[in-house]
Design a protein around this ligand. Structure first.
Ligand code: FAD
Ligand code: NAP
Length: 523
């Protein structure tokens, strides 16, 4: 381990003031506060300089990055590119530079032990310090300590990919115990999470897809033997490792994982990967309004799938002998009012709020589905990125009719997980009062959370309606979509009938909002 003398840390310099803790602090430039740093880390900017790729760093390589404009530091075995953090460091640039190109662990432990650098510098992670190869099997075997280990299957088959993109190297291994088969996929991508991993096991066909930006990596095999219905997926976010754990039907030794299928071990653009469907059981259908219902679908036990906020799935039905596919945006079972924790998605159910049109072929077929029937549900799609919300202070949602559906998870995410948001406002357009989806819940939410405000606009109200009347217009928007302060960062999301969305976007642009500040949900 490379060390820097601790006495170097109490930072010198007349401009520095010493905090109560004794830690040296320098005045930070405007726009360089902790909140500004957090916002920057959530902005989707490439802070590590490696476009999300993780590399193994040798001591020689680390030492090369020792300048203010190119500064890497190792902390507890992980190497961070702290160049973008320089101006945000409360201790000042000079202090940070003391550890430039070296292992600063001891230094940080002495001065900043209480700071969670792993979290603060997550977006700056370059990779691990190069380790001796012996470490890898130890990590894998330790995950199965309760099982009698038979690692003779381990590494017996290995798919390594290199041809399709220069930057990404994915690989997988598999190994077995008496009762389990574990497939391990190494993505070397940080921030891998449950939403980026989709696994299905139907009959003996195993399909594991990993989403990496606009690409997808696939492990797809016809398994050597049958497995039980339920499977487990473990994700180690920090190193981008995914374990798919299958339970053997019979505790016999497998000679191989199985036969690779056509697209096995490929890494291609998501758009080039055909849609994959699994059959989900309709477990309930409840009324939301006179024409809209909440459909609860249960995923098979052998599926791991989480639909990300702002994304939709496709439903597939055979209507009059023809396969018909339509998109729907999953919602939550209800609007959570207690925003203490991220809402509990059990992962087993998908909720869809669907308006039934009397002359709509697809929704009429849905209306005729009975509880216990099955329907095909695709993998998620969509280009909304949560980081757009995480970088905002004001969030404005403009919804018309069922265009409310993407706003449900968005509201939950914004109010639960985005602490820098000051205002969250929903303007909800409907024809009549009877058409308003979850009106009561929205009003309750507005009472419960001061940051949230809801306005209902009706285009065909009865004469008793006390609220606003009309359609989306420049004057309505200019009143509603106002920054909470002159320079506050704004995100405006809009969804509804296509002409509503298109008009809305145009009005917003005319009002001076930029393309980056507007997200339109479209097909
Ligand atoms: P359609 O045949 O599409 O008819 C629907 C209505 O439009 C009827 O009143 C019909 O008379 C009228 N119509 C049809 N064609 C025309 C035309 N050419 N000109 C004028 N009017 C016409 N819907 C939901 O309820 N919930 C959701 O969560 C949801 N999410 C969506 C997500 C995305 C990304 C998109 C693009 C759409 C989403 N939709 C959602 C809409 C959904 O995909 C279907 O379009 C809807 O369910 C209607 O399907 P349908 O076949 O029953 O009716
Ligand atoms: P709706 O009840 O027909 O309309 C809702 C409100 O929007 C009404 O006040 C209506 O006013 C107004 N409106 C309709 N067309 C308009 C237009 N051209 N200009 C201005 N205002 C207009 O809506 P819906 O039947 O629920 O339909 C919802 C739409 O959202 C569907 O087209 C669906 O495909 C879309 N959607 C898209 C997504 C996505 O992610 N892309 C997700 C969910 C839903 P009027 O009284 O004048 O009709």
């Amino acid at each position: 381990m490379l060390n820097v003398p601790p006495q170097a840390f109490p930072a010198p310099g007349s401009q520095q003031r010493v905090a109560a803790s004794g830690r040296a602090k320098v005045p930070l430039k405007p726009g360089r506060s902790l909140m500004d740093w957090i916002r920057l880390t959530k902005s989707g900017k490439d802070l590590s300089g490696l476009k999300g790729r993780l590399v193994e760093v040798t001591e020689d390589e680390l030492a090369k990055h020792n300048k203010k404009e190119d500064c890497w530091i190792c902390i507890r075995g992980f190497v961070y590119n702290v160049t973008p953090y320089m101006e945000y460091h409360p201790g000042g640039e000079d202090e940070l530079m003391k550890a430039a190109g070296t292992d600063g662990t001891d230094l940080f432990d002495q001065v900043h032990r209480w700071v969670n650098y792993e979290s603060m510098l997550k977006e700056c992670l370059v990779g691990r310090m190069a380790v001796k190869p012996i470490a890898a099997p130890k990590e894998i075997s330790s995950t199965l300590s309760e099982e009698k280990k038979q690692l003779n299957g381990m590494l017996s088959e290995k798919g390594v990919l290199g041809a399709s993109t220069k930057d990404v190297m994915l690989s997988y291994d598999w190994f077995q115990t008496d009762s389990l088969i574990t497939i391990v996929i190494y993505t070397k991508q940080k921030d891998l999470n449950a939403e980026l991993v989709i696994v299905d096991c139907q009959d003996k066909r195993l399909r594991g897809e990993i989403i990496i930006d606009d690409h997808s990596y696939l492990v797809e095999v016809d398994l050597y033997h049958a497995v039980q219905e339920d499977l487990a997926v473990n994700i180690t976010e920090k190193v981008g490792k995914v374990e798919i754990i299958l339970k053997k039907n019979d505790n016999i030794h497998w000679k191989m994982l199985g036969q690779p299928l056509e697209n096995h071990n490929t890494f291609i653009k998501r758009t080039d990967r055909g849609q994959f469907y699994r059959k989900c059981k309709l477990v309930s259908k409840t009324e939301v309004t006179h024409d809209t219902k909440l459909f609860c679908l249960m995923l098979p036990k052998s599926t791991h799938l989480r639909v990300p906020t702002g994304q939709h799935v496709y439903l597939k039905q055979i209507i009059a002998g023809t396969e018909v596919v339509k998109p729907y945006t999953p919602v939550l079972p209800f609007l959570p009012l207690d925003f203490k924790e991220p809402s509990c998605h059990d992962g087993a159910h998908i909720y869809l709020m669907i308006k039934i049109y009397s002359c709509g072929p697809f929704t009429q077929a849905l209306e005729h589905l009975q509880v216990g029937d099955y329907i095909s549900v695709s993998n998620p799609e969509g280009n909304f990125k949560k980081s757009q919300v995480q970088a905002s202070e004001d969030l404005f949602l403009l919804a018309a009719g069922t265009g409310f559906t993407p706003m449900v998870k968005l509201l939950d995410f914004a109010l639960t997980e985005v602490s820098c948001l000051r205002t969250v406002k929903l303007m909800f357009f409907n024809k009549t009062e009877d058409d308003i989806l979850w009106r009561n819940q929205l009003e309750q939410l507005a009472l419960k959370d001061k940051r949230f405000e809801v306005k209902f606009i009706l285009s065909q109200p009865t004469k008793d309606w006390m609220g606003k009347e009309g359609k989306i217009s420049s004057s309505l928007l200019s009143e509603f979509v106002k920054r909470s302060s002159k320079y506050s960062k704004v995100l405006i999301c809009i969804c509804g009938p296509t002409p509503f969305t298109e008009q809305g976007v145009q009005y917003l642009k005319d009002l001076g909002y930029s393309q980056e500040e507007i997200h339109a949900f479209t097909a």
